[in-house]
Design a protein around this ligand. Structure first.
Ligand SMILES: CC(=O)N[C@H]1[C@@H](OP(=O)(O)O)O[C@H](CO)[C@@H](O)[C@@H]1O
Ligand SMILES: [Mg+2]
Length: 562
């Protein structure tokens, strides 16, 4: 019989030789996987395929995922990220290996890296359990070509199978991987059924059905000309109680992916997206990003003006917090501190980019607010520590996580209440929490299911968009990007809110901040772009502009121009 090691070596060599690394190319598994100009991505994607197959082997053959997307970035870019068996982001412990593999200078070096890593991790190659990788891509033109590169990488690990799930939103693939490994229904149709059914269920639980204001049922969605718009078009007729009109839907000829539209554009520019105009004044509008894992809301207020009222991730989080708190209070009794029917550790997770007014609002509610570094992988991990953990980035990526243990307590309570107190306020509140856990994606932030939860909560509270805006007033904020020689020479601490290197920079920031009322400012190297990001907050927009600019100048001077 042939030595499995020889066969494995040959397969890896063959795959790596198809997509050699061009001279000077350098990939880094940043905040959200590898990203670059789409046509240059094949070597990194093929190698990510190898990593994904190894990851599945390591996890005893559990399914893992691989998504080809560059999210909100321009249509010419593309990227790849790996989904772990629990549906979350790939374990950070595997990032250094992924980096090393993506940058292996030759097919031979790649083979050595794989063999050594497999040995270190106790992964049996060429035998052992079979591996499975579920694949998806967004609507980018380079997607199909890169999918082929990923499949070649996966197939280079003997015993690994690639399963193409098609063109999907990023959160759909995360959901499928999680569901599959929990032996739950995991097809796209199952996803749609779960989302539409739990949404319908939540609407049925709206206290009484007098919510007749047609304007409040009308929603216009900016699909960023991407996959989220297309999927929403597919299911919108099944969403009873809501009249959805999709613009920038991703249909042929409607516009270019993410170009002057989508959640990233709307949140950063604070202007209306392409395709929207005076006809949409005062209607509630939502915006997805290119792979539909970010969601923001907005409203156009006057005809001659492109500025909007923005509801960002922080305010979506605040709305969800109020809704969940209301249900917990209905179950436990508002003032009952002891002997609670359903003891719940409820935690909120934000990053330094959360608007200071939102953090204050949440703390004033008596909630525990934790801070992590930027990037869903950090927020999600922290949120998992609670019975109900809720996280959002200001840019609109976030979700509400319910622990398995909490869900089983909640289910027992619901069963008990349905026999002794059916239809009671307590029973209804428990059912609402259960439906919420079914609706909102438990694997990752999901614009589509997040939007439906927003819509259900607004109907539940009988809130207009204005009521929602009025929760608190955002402090003016400003973000700048600074190009420097080596952004990695900035090292931060305290959830990226303070700089520890280069020395002296933090003191300069502190001195600038001290000049402003409600002043706050921090700098950090981006994990997705070759820039240092500067964030400033203060009581007026003018003050923000000056604060951000002066700190950016310090950064430029200390780190040097590129
Ligand atoms: C300020 C900001 O919006 N940063 C974004 C951006 O990360 P950076 O590391 O800042 O480039 O892209 C990430 C991935 O989409 C997202 O998680 C994060 O919130
Ligand atoms: Mg995205």
């Amino acid at each position: 019989m042939a030595d499995p090691g020889v066969e494995q070596r040959a397969a890896l060599l063959a795959a790596a030789s198809v997509f050699p690394l061009p001279d000077g190319a350098r990939f880094s598994y940043g905040t959200a996987g590898f990203r670059a100009e789409g046509s240059t991505m094949a070597p990194a994607v093929c190698r990510a395929g190898i990593v994904a197959a190894l990851r599945s082997l390591k996890l005893g053959g559990a399914s893992v995922g691989l998504v080809i997307t560059a999210s909100h970035n321009p249509v010419g870019d593309n990227g790849v990220k790996i989904v772990d068996a629990d549906g979350g982001m790939m374990s950070q412990a595997w990032e250094p290996f992924s980096d090393a593999l993506a940058n292996a200078p030759s097919p031979e070096a790649l083979v050595e890296l794989v063999l050594q890593f497999a040995k270190d991790e106790g992964i049996t190659l060429g035998g052992g359990p079979s591996a499975q990788v579920l694949l998806a891509r967004d609507t980018r033109p380079t997607g199909e070509y890169l999918l082929d590169a990923a499949v070649k990488g996966i197939n280079a690990i003997i015993g690994a199978t690639a399963l193409d799930m098609g063109i999907l939103t990023t959160p759909q693939l995360h959901w499928m991987v999680r569901s599959k490994n929990k032996s739950l229904k995991a097809s796209e149709e199952d996803y749609f059924t779960q989302v539409t059914e739990s949404f319908r269920h939540l609407l049925e639980l709206v206290p009484d059905d007098k919510y007749g204001d047609e304007l409040n049922k009308k929603l216009i969605v900016d699909g960023a000309n991407g996959i989220g718009g297309l999927k929403l078009e597919e299911i919108k007729t099944k969403l009873t109680g809501l009249h959805i009109h999709v613009k920038n839907s991703g249909k042929e000829g409607e516009g270019i992916l993410n170009e002057s539209c989508g959640a990233d554009f709307v949140q950063k520019e604070k202007v209306l997206p392409l395709g929207f105009g005076p006809e949409d004044i005062d209607v509630r509008c939502a915006s997805f990003d290119g792979d539909a894992d970010r969601l923001v809301y907005f409203r156009i207020t006057s005809p001659g003006n492109t500025t909007i009222d923005l509801v960002d991730g922080d305010k979506i989080l605040s709305l969800f917090v109020l809704f969940i708190r209301e249900q917990l209070d209905a179950i436990n009794g508002k003032d009952n501190q002891e002997n609670k029917v359903l003891p719940t550790r409820f935690g909120v997770v934000q990053t330094a980019y959360a608007n200071g007014a939102s953090t204050e609002f949440l703390k004033n509610l008596g909630l525990e607010v934790a801070f992590t570094s930027t990037g869903v992988k950090y927020l999600h991990k922290k949120a998992l520590e609670y019975d109900i953990g809720i996280y959002f980035e200001a840019n609109g990526h976030g979700t509400v996580l319910f622990s398995d243990e909490f869900i089983s307590r909640l289910e027992s309570l619901t069963t008990k209440l349905s026999s002794i107190a059916t239809g009671s306020a307590q029973h209804q509140a428990a059912l609402r929490l259960l439906a919420t856990s079914q609706l909102i994606n438990q694997a990752v932030g999901d614009a589509l299911s997040g939007m439906l939860l927003v819509e259900a909560v607004l109907q539940h509270k009988r809130w207009s968009f204005q009521n929602w805006c009025d929760l608190y007033t955002d402090l003016p904020s400003k973000q700048l990007k600074v190009k420097v020689k080596d952004r990695t020479s900035i090292v931060t601490t305290d959830a990226e809110r303070r700089v520890c290197q280069p020395s002296g920079l933090q003191e300069l920031i502190d001195t600038e901040v001290a000049n402003y009322c409600h002043g706050r400012c921090f700098v950090r190297p981006s994990g997705t772009e070759d820039v240092v990001r500067v964030y400033a907050e203060a009581s007026t927009m003018e003050a923000c502009d000056i604060l951000a600019k002066s700190v950016a100048q310090h950064v430029e001077r200390i780190l040097g121009y590129p």
